[in-house]
Ligand binder design. Structure first.
Ligand code: IPD
Ligand code: CA
Length: 263
């Protein structure tokens, strides 16, 4: 497999998909509800996923494809593209310009991401990484920060579609807030992970996410010198939903210690 060639195509596809999102007015697209609480999908999510599927499956037909939106294109093989066409769908629906495209090439047999890109079309920021080759923001190398949690921002996601663990989640949040300079929820898990890899956040956690939310971001973080795991400290699963905690070298153990107090 020519990983560099696939990595370039992942980056180009993320850029092109992002332009579809930024040029499609949310007010003009139909919205339907998926399972869970306030879990929406817009026509734009489906259109962008179909675009990515057509482009990547023409480029590398031997590689499987697994996207967030239910569609006939789902297929798994050892090497599979894991795709979130719009991460931050509620932001998109409500006109908050904070949504991303996330594309990863994963080796499911080894539970690892080989290449990934996260693109925010509203800022023009393309975050990308290739295994063993580093992480980049718009082509320049990026690194996690080396500030401790107490002097940094920490990001969190609220797991909005499944509120069964909301109490535990809010208890963790109170302690992360107390231990950090401040907390943020930007409404896109992929953006949180990309910003952590770029040194803007020192830590991040969310009680449940799906592989398409973190498949690309996990590689960005490790290639940028950070750490990411589930709440048990194991590598996040690429074939089922998982908890996620991430951070720079100083913040990751602190975040995990806070989380464990509440488990
Ligand atoms: C959601 C966003 C949100 C996170 C949710 C995700 P979606 O993804 O990443 O920040 O809190 O858990 O499901 O539905 O907008 O693609
Ligand atoms: Ca998502």
């Amino acid at each position: 497999m020519d990983l560099c060639r696939i990595y370039s195509e992942i980056c180009r596809t993320a850029l092109a998909a992002g332009e579809i999102i930024s040029q499609t007015e949310a007010a003009s697209v139909a919205v339907t509800q998926k399972s869970g609480t306030a879990n929406y999908v817009t026509e734009c999510d489906i259109k962008v996923q179909a675009f990515i599927f057509e482009r990547l499956s023409a480029f590398a037909p031997e590689i499987g494809f697994f996207g967030e939106e239910d569609a006939a294109e789902k297929s798994h093989s050892r090497y599979t593209f894991i795709v979130d066409p719009i991460d931050g769908t509620s932001n998109y629906m409500f006109g908050l310009k904070l949504s991303t495209v996330s594309i990863a090439l994963c080796d499911l047999a080894e539970n690892q991401t080989l290449a990934g890109a996260i693109y925010c079309p509203y800022t023009g920021d393309l975050f990308s990484a290739i295994k063993g080759g580093g992480a980049f923001l718009n082509g320049d190398p990026m690194q996690v920060s080396d500030n401790g949690l107490e002097h940094s921002l920490a990001a969190f996601g609220s797991t909005p579609y499944n509120r069964a663990n909301a109490k535990m989640h809010m208890n963790i949040l109170a302690d992360v807030f107390a231990a950090s300079a401040d907390v943020r929820n930007l409404g896109s898990a992929a953006l949180h992970l990309a910003y952590l890899a770029a040194g803007k956040f020192a830590g991040f956690y969310e009680t449940t996410l799906s592989p398409w939310d973190y498949a690309a971001g996990a590689l960005l973080i490790t290639e940028a010198g950070g750490k990411i795991s589930n709440f048990d400290g194991d590598p996040p699963s690429l074939d089922r939903p998982d908890s996620i905690v991430a951070g720079n070298a100083a913040a990751y153990p602190r975040m995990l210690e806070i989380i464990r107090r509440h488990m």
